[in-house]
Write a protein that binds this ligand. Structure first.
Ligand code: MN
Length: 367
């Protein structure tokens, strides 16, 4: 079952008139952890205090919950609350937010669109996972409406974005911090779990502003995440794909951190793309090693996202700019409508599964 004891993602929920607190999803219910485990860390309105406890506590707690749900069911039953009776909140307090660019197919497509006639990948791309620091304060939970940004669209042109886009991504949530000057250790000692990310992007603002320092206002107006954080321990892992040239020593992989996650992008309820995470070039352990190799510290609640997930096929592209080739090839929706970029009222949902486990969904409506 997709929300069974092998899954058990963590989130923050509230019942009417009560403070938000931590729970895990089981079936179509949420287990009230503060009540079921008698541990005050779960009475917090975010996962951060629990995530800061570290890997051994994450493992022990998961085993305890699995045990309660399977062998201690009659006692646990009264702490299971139907999802239709709760509101879901942003599951963790976002500390710093970083976005990478780890899909070789996405980076190549964007290179072809923005720099036609030249080499699609920049010379650095195969040597390091390219990234930028984003804006933590505008990371919002699934369901939050997204207001179309306005800004400079070119020299002397100011107005509402006309090329509003999505980016289907996976986000990695940091539990255990590092101190400044000390690179991160083993990936699984720091990273608690994963969430789905929609990195809303204003392509016209981006094309004008990004030279030479990278994305700024084109990305900072909203980033949506799913309400559930799937623990790393629940995720099936596969070997990462082959890399050439061999990366620098500090980027040597720490194990099999490829992830076999199947994503879907839905536009107004219709699937428009199926990006496979297994096609990603740089693995999450390499992202973390790169993020901290210069001594930059990690904080509990840091979120680093993979960058747009695109596969090699046309129907596997993780953004509208790729699916419509910058608007030149509109996609057809079942009702006969077409789309290049998003219109007001459009709803985009990104959902994912990993070997039968659901990672839930992240959704947002442009308004
Ligand atoms: Mn992105």
């Amino acid at each position: 079952m997709s929300w069974g004891v092998d899954n058990l993602p963590y989130g923050v929920f509230s019942c009417p008139g009560q403070q938000p607190r931590v729970g895990v999803r089981y079936g179509d219910k949420v287990l009230d952890l503060a009540a079921a485990l008698h541990d005050e860390v779960f009475a917090a309105p975010s996962l951060n205090p629990f995530m800061a406890r570290g890997r051994a506590a994450w493992h022990d707690t998961r085993a305890l919950i699995q045990n309660k749900l399977t062998t201690d069911r009659s006692v646990t039953e009264r702490h299971l609350i139907s999802l239709d009776q709760v509101r879901l909140h942003l599951p963790f307090e976002v500390a710093d937010y970083v976005d990478f660019y780890c899909s070789i197919d996405h980076a190549s497509n964007i290179g072809r669109i923005f720099r036609p006639g030249s080499e699609p990948l920049q010379p650095n791309w195969r040597h390091l996972p390219v990234g930028y620091h984003g804006r933590a304060g505008t990371v919002v939970v699934s369901g939050t409406p997204v207001k179309r940004p306005q800004g400079q669209l070119g020299a002397g042109v100011f107005g509402p974005c006309e090329k509003l886009d999505v980016e289907a991504e996976l986000g990695f949530v940091v539990g255990v911090p590092t101190s400044m000057g000390s690179p991160a250790g083993a990936f699984e000692d720091h990273v608690f779990g994963v969430t789905l990310v929609n990195d809303w992007s204003a392509r016209d603002i981006q094309a004008w502003e990004y030279v030479p320092l990278g994305p700024f206002l084109a990305k900072s107006f909203a980033t949506s995440v799913s309400p559930w954080v799937t623990p790393l321990e629940a995720l099936p892992r596969i070997p990462g794909r082959e890399q050439s040239p061999e990366p620098a020593g500090y980027l040597r992989r720490q194990g099999d951190w490829g992830l076999d996650i199947a994503l879907e992008i839905l536009l107004n309820g219709e699937v428009v793309s199926r990006p496979p995470y297994s096609a990603m070039y740089w693995t999450p352990d390499q992202m973390l090693a790169h993020l901290t190799v210069n001594g930059a510290s990690l904080r509990t609640g840091d979120l680093f996202a993979s960058g747009t997930i695109s596969g090699p096929e046309q129907g596997q592209r993780g953004s509208l700019i790729e699916l419509t080739w910058n608007g030149d090839e509109p996609i057809k929706l079942p009702g006969g409508e077409t789309r290049t970029f998003l219109q007001d009222g459009d709803t985009v949902t990104i959902r994912a599964t990993a070997a039968g486990l659901s990672l839930g969904e992240v959704s947002g409506t442009v308004g």
